[in-house]
Design a protein around this ligand. Structure first.
Ligand SMILES: [Zn+2]
Ligand SMILES: [Zn+2]
Length: 347
């Protein structure tokens, strides 16, 4: 069973495309935020030479590929620049798979911003096959969606915690639907650009890297005990766990999510964890534990089948299904999404 938890931020832009920070600045912001790794995914470029261990933080280089305002595809663990194939997502997915790389559909559902006007960049090519999974929760997509009035835009800039509430319902629904057919691992992304905005003499970096690295992160459970020993070993472990869905997405700013676990037990023994498949038999029990008090929602085949408050949840399974857990916490008067586990698949 996996037992080392690595916390990282995925989907980051640097000065290699339209971000504002270089790799050194991104790595030090990640270190200040307490992250173990970051995966930088610049638009239509690939700079693997920048990969490395920057003190305690592993900086890994992926890509975000696209040619238009739709079908943005994240490639993680790639070996070559797939930009020449960007016009056809299926070609990128096939080439990445052949290289052993992972592909995630980025911000698959998006909503436009109104103040200022910003286009939605959704995933449209749902006929694609063979991709790894979905970016379930994209922090900057949620910020964009909140830009609906001057007041909300001010809130998004100066009190972003007030506008963040969880992945879009459409993304959750599509994930549940796809996961009925095959395991679909999900990741969380910041889509960090850390842009500067000027209004008259005022110049402000509205969502700096350090802030973004404390928000929507992906927590990965790897089997190695010393994964930071070498970069090659870390990459092998990390990409293997991402592909297997041995991970969960968490909005750590609401409360630290490290230590959350969701697994399947039989006679008190863990027999499967997030991302795993298990054969159905009587006596299987879902078990979840959270590092602090929250509302836990057990979802089976897309439906809420149990809800309880606390730090632990147990549920004796009566039938096969795809089971996942959502944990929510109250902030500023309403329940906000906090943790989204990858499912266990019982068939
Ligand atoms: Zn994008
Ligand atoms: Zn992006």
């Amino acid at each position: 069973m996996p037992h080392t938890e690595l916390v990282g931020n995925i989907h980051i832009h640097s000065i290699a495309s339209d971000g504002t920070g270089d790799i050194g600045e991104i790595a030090s912001a990640a270190a200040r935020s307490g992250l173990d790794f970051v995966i930088v995914t610049d638009h239509n470029t690939f700079q693997p030479k920048l990969e490395g261990l920057y003190n305690t933080v592993a900086v890994l280089i992926g890509q975000e590929l696209h040619v238009a305002d739709a079908n943005h595809l994240l490639v993680i663990g790639g070996r070559r620049d797939l930009t020449p194939l960007a016009a056809l997502p299926q070609d990128v997915i096939d080439a990445a798979s052949a290289d052993g790389a992972l592909t995630f559909l980025a911000h698959p559902f998006e909503r436009p911003g109104r103040v200022p006007p910003m286009r939605a960049i959704p995933w449209e090519d749902w006929a694609v096959k063979g991709y790894t999974g979905l970016e379930l929760w994209n922090y900057m997509s949620e910020i964009k969606a909140s830009l609906s009035s001057p007041l909300r835009t001010l809130a998004a800039a100066y009190a972003p915690d007030c506008v963040i509430s969880g992945p879009f319902a459409e993304t959750l629904a599509r994930w549940d639907e796809l996961a009925q057919r095959r395991p679909v691992p999900v990741i969380g992304g910041s889509d960090a650009h850390a842009e500067w905005f000027s209004i008259g003499p005022l110049r402000r970096q509205v969502h700096p890297y350090e802030h973004l690295f404390r928000c929507v992160n992906t927590h990965i459970l790897v089997s190695s005990e010393a994964p930071l020993g070498s970069l090659a070993e870390l990459k092998r472990e990390l990409y293997g766990a991402l592909a297997a869905g041995h991970s969960f997405v968490a909005y750590d700013k609401l409360a630290g999510a490290k230590g959350f676990r969701f697994d399947l037990r039989e006679g008190g023994v863990v027999v499967a964890t997030m991302g795993d498949r298990a054969a159905w038999r009587p006596g299987l029990v879902i078990h979840a534990t959270a590092p602090s008090h929250c509302r836990m929602r057990l979802i089976g085949n897309g439906q809420v089948i149990m809800e309880s408050d606390g730090t632990e949840l147990q549920f004796a399974l009566m039938r096969p299904g795809v089971y996942r857990l959502e944990a929510l916490r109250r902030f500023a008067g309403s329940l906000r999404g906090w943790i989204y586990s990858n499912p266990v698949y019982v068939s």
